[in-house]
Design a protein around this ligand. Structure first.
Ligand code: PLP
Length: 443
């Protein structure tokens, strides 16, 4: 059989997926996998949910998609109402799309169009952070402080200005833990001043960094501090909650935890939980109204923005999460899961940090706990743990490079919000086994 290269990836040797049910996936050879990370933190409700599938099927039986410039639809209207209610009274506009990258492109374009509508078209520069990932399209990649993913495209990327990552475990050299937040706020303030506030459109950050950092929650007080700096300079604050939002951290918006309201939020993965691709750029009422008033339309979006069946999927997922109070569960069981991971993995000297919020957890591995020195890149530790876990029937999300220079190993854990207690225990056991076998380099 010819090897397919349909996803830009070598498929040979991969198991062929045939079925999903709850927290488990099944391959054609009959192997079962516990979904401990939703792939990249995407599958908020697990797999094969009958109610979600029925909602999608019912919508498809009526019509798959009403084109956004010709029709509205009940799922589109109801999902818009639900998402705006979750985001709070300051938010009034949404542009739906399919991927996280598109939601970020949408956020960039809304920011640019807003300043243009205000008669300030020179406000067109973006500031982002080192060790961040915002997507694979040229605009979103330009915002990403992720050298390994930028390398081949560097010369075609936008001129984005980068400030330090906000990582309490790996602070910038010479910055004490107590000084971290004021130092980072001062750095952002100085950067806006040096670029000239009249030239800066927005500062973009992940409230909890995903793949680029291995689940790095902003230190306490950081989000408030950057909010204050941005407001002072009339710079928009864009929260990239593609991975950390839609309830993954136990609050609908990850920034709710910090008590901070951004100007624009990008969400994706958990919104429709992978049942159909769906993302959204959500922005403040005054921003959207100003654009509508000057230009008559928000000039971003795609053919399938507001795709009817995708909205039906998102609506069904979000209604179940709401009805079953799953975010309460994510908050309370998230603490228990983190404690269980600490207990079970703490005996390995190589486990340097277990961190995160809700069902978005990262385990960082180091050669030495005190010095936090990472393993050599060619050891491929996180990939090896991920591979062993997968072979043993557990999906987790290995990521490397968070310590800079290609170094650093983290395993991300992000189970479905409705995973049972027994499944969470199984997750901890299987992960512990994979870590042990990898550290001991057992066959
Ligand atoms: C924080 C963040 N932003 C944006 C993206 C891009 O999303 P997508 O891969 O759906 O385009 C990702 C993907 O992992 C992400 O983690």
């Amino acid at each position: 059989m010819a090897v397919s290269r349909a996803i830009g990836w070598e498929l040979e040797g991969m198991p062929r997926i045939v079925r999903g049910a709850g927290s488990y996936l099944y391959d054609a050879a009959g192997n079962r996998y516990l979904d401990g990370s939703g792939g990249p933190a995407a599958f908020s409700l697990g797999h094969g949910n009958r109610e979600v599938n029925a909602a999608i099927a019912a919508q498809l039986a009526q019509v798959a998609c009403g084109y956004r410039y010709l029709f509205t639809s009940e799922p589109l209207e109801q999902l818009t109402e639900l998402v705006l209610r979750k985001c709070g009274p300051l938010f009034g506009h949404i542009v739906f799309a399919a991927s996280g990258s598109e939601a970020i492109e949408g956020a960039m374009k809304v920011a640019l169009q807003y300043w243009d509508a205000q008669g300030l078209p020179d406000k067109c520069r973006f500031i982002a952070r080192e060790r961040s990932y915002h997507g694979s399209t040229i605009g979103a990649l330009s915002l990403s402080g992720f050298a390994e993913r930028r390398k081949s495209f560097e010369r075609s990327l936008l001129d984005v200005s980068f400030v330090s990552a906000a990582n309490a475990y790996r602070p910038p050299t010479g910055v004490a833990a107590t000084e971290l937040v004021p130092a980072l706020a001062a750095e952002l303030d100085a950067r806006i001043r040096s670029l000239g506030p009249e030239n800066v459109a927005a500062f973009v950050f992940e409230p909890v960094v995903g793949a680029a950092g291995g689940v790095v929650p902003a230190p306490s007080g950081y989000a408030q501090a950057v909010r204050e700096v941005c407001s002072r300079h009339d710079v928009l604050l864009i929260a990239d909650e593609v991975m950390s939002g839609s309830g993954r951290c136990g609050t609908w918006s990850a920034l709710e935890h910090d008590g901070v309201v951004p100007d624009i939020i990008a969400v994706a993965k958990g919104l429709a939980g992978g049942y159909i691709p769906l993302s959204a750029t959500i922005f403040r009422r005054d921003i959207g109204d100003a654009i509508m008033h000057s230009h008559g339309a928000i000039l971003t979006g795609h053919t399938y923005s507001g795709h009817t069946a995708a909205c039906a999927a998102g609506l069904a997922v979000q209604r179940i999460i709401e009805r079953e109070a799953l975010l309460d569960r994510v908050r309370s069981r998230g603490e228990v899961l983190r404690a269980a991971l600490r207990d079970s993995l703490g005996r390995f000297a190589e486990v340097g940090d277990v961190r995160g919020r809700g069902y978005f957890l990262g385990i960082e591995f180091v050669q030495d706990r005190a010095s936090r020195v990472p393993f050599p890149a060619d050891r491929g530790l996180s990939a090896d743990i991920g591979r062993r876990a997968f072979q043993d029937g557990l999906i987790c999300f290995p990521c490397a490079g968070n310590a800079g220079g290609g170094l650093g190993d983290v395993i991300i854990i992000a189970p479905p919000y409705n995973a049972s207690d027994a499944e969470l225990s199984e997750l901890v056991d299987r992960l512990t086994r994979a870590v042990e076998r990898s550290l001991l380099q057992q066959a």
